[in-house]
Ligand binder design. Structure first.
Ligand code: 1BN
Ligand code: ZN
Length: 377
């Protein structure tokens, strides 16, 4: 093509053309030398962004490993929802676990024994805290740990107390009756006890702390209307200001609250997304990968004041809340929230399984990453 043009062109034009061609050549060289690597860099960055979004990871040999492959490799144990259900039933049998009551003390002993049985270390943090109405509450935060010497730690938590009044019950006659708290209280603890049992049977190297917080649900009675102060999550507030170990730290935390109802949908709660968006996304992606996506919606919802609020704000540990969002309920939570009907009838083993297996898979994936980092170094 170029040679044909040479025959048909004037010498001056020809010179110009040669110059142009040289220019073009040098331009092409420039592309090759400078722009191509930049484009390649951008391409690689986009690719790694896409793979990161898929949960894929870049291996040292340049190959990527998909989230599905990572999950296969992590070999998380199988969560047993019957066992989690049993742990919930046992707590509910004590009656409402309202601080300063006999049922509360009896359940504390049961939880200390059970968690202590599965974990290798147990701490019980006893304290007195003041409720919104001035009542002094005797509380216990119950803390079970695995691998206490390991620096890389995951914090798992739930509240074990129950609300002293069913102030959202459709029947006003129940507005001062304590709730059974099968879902709001016992469900998160039941899932965590089963996770502890599974870890005890399938040991890992990563550090795990399971904290069962007290006095989460002693916030102001609904009839008071106005919020008078920070009276929710009193146990978590106390722990965040006085951790059970000096300079305690965890890489991140996961709070489970109301994780047992049949129609549960867990949305991306705002405080969790503000402080720990990466963890949130990882957990949600895992749930979808292991076919529990119908429970975990990527929809973003408003902030909820819960134990994680204070763990994030005071203890500075990025912590997410897996909490049942009730799109169709007037409270914004699950149908029987803060009613006398929050009993064993609302508990569905399929939901317990979806949450338990997702969190267990997440833990074993993190453990696999720690093992790999240690073997690489
Ligand atoms: C969660 C379960 N919470 C209470 N029971 C936290 C909460 C506090 C939710 C205030 C809404 C308002
Ligand atoms: Zn509650």
């Amino acid at each position: 093509m170029v040679s044909l043009l040479i025959c048909l062109t004037h010498p001056e034009q020809l010179e110009n053309m040669i110059k142009k061609k040289e220019n073009r050549k040098s331009f092409l060289q420039m592309v090759r030398n400078y722009i191509k690597p930049v484009i390649m860099g951008i391409f690689m960055a986009v690719l790694s962004f896409i793979t990161a979004c898929n949960g894929s990871q870049q291996k040292s040999d340049g190959k990527t490993i998909s989230l599905a492959e990572q999950i296969m490799k992590a070999e998380a144990p199988v969560f047993n929802p019957d066992s989690a259900y049993y742990f919930i039933e046992k707590q509910v049998e004590f009656g409402p676990r309202v601080p300063n009551t006999t049922a509360h003390s009896q359940c504390a002993w049961y939880l200390m024994q059970s968690l202590g049985n599965y974990t290798t270390h147990l701490d019980v943090q006893e304290a007195k805290v003041r409720a919104y109405d001035g009542t002094v509450l005797n509380i216990k935060n119950i803390i079970g740990s695995f691998n206490t010497k390991t620096k890389d730690r995951i914090l798992l938590c739930a509240h074990w107390d129950t609300r002293p009044f069913a102030d959202h019950d459709p029947d006003p006659a129940n507005h001062f009756t304590p709730i059974p708290g099968a879902n709001d209280g016992a469900s998160g603890v039941g899932v965590l006890l089963e996770i502890a049992r599974q870890i005890s049977l399938n040991p890992i190297n990563i550090g795990i702390d399971i904290i069962l917080f007290d006095a989460e649900d002693y916030g102001e009675h609904q009839s008071l209307q106005a919020r008078t102060g920070d009276y929710w999550a009193l146990g978590a507030q106390y722990w965040a200001k006085n951790p059970h170990i000096n300079n305690y730290n965890a890489r991140f935390g996961i709070l489970l609250d109301m994780v047992g109802a049949s129609d549960a949908v867990f949305t991306m709660e705002a405080t969790s997304m503000y402080y720990a968006p990466d963890i949130m996304k990882k957990v949600w992606d895992i749930s979808h990968q292991i076919r529990f996506g119908s429970y975990f919606s990527y929809k973003r919802t408003n902030a909820v004041v819960d134990d994680h609020t204070y763990i994030n704000e005071i203890a500075n540990i990025p912590t997410i809340d897996i909490i049942h969002y009730g799109e169709n309920s007037y409270t914004g939570f699950f149908e029987h929230w803060h009613t006398v009907n929050d009993n064993m009838d609302v508990i569905d083993k399929n939901t317990l399984n979806a949450v338990g297996q997702t969190v267990l898979t997440f833990i074993y994936l993190e453990n696999m990453k720690l093992d790999k980092a240690q073997s690489d170094s």
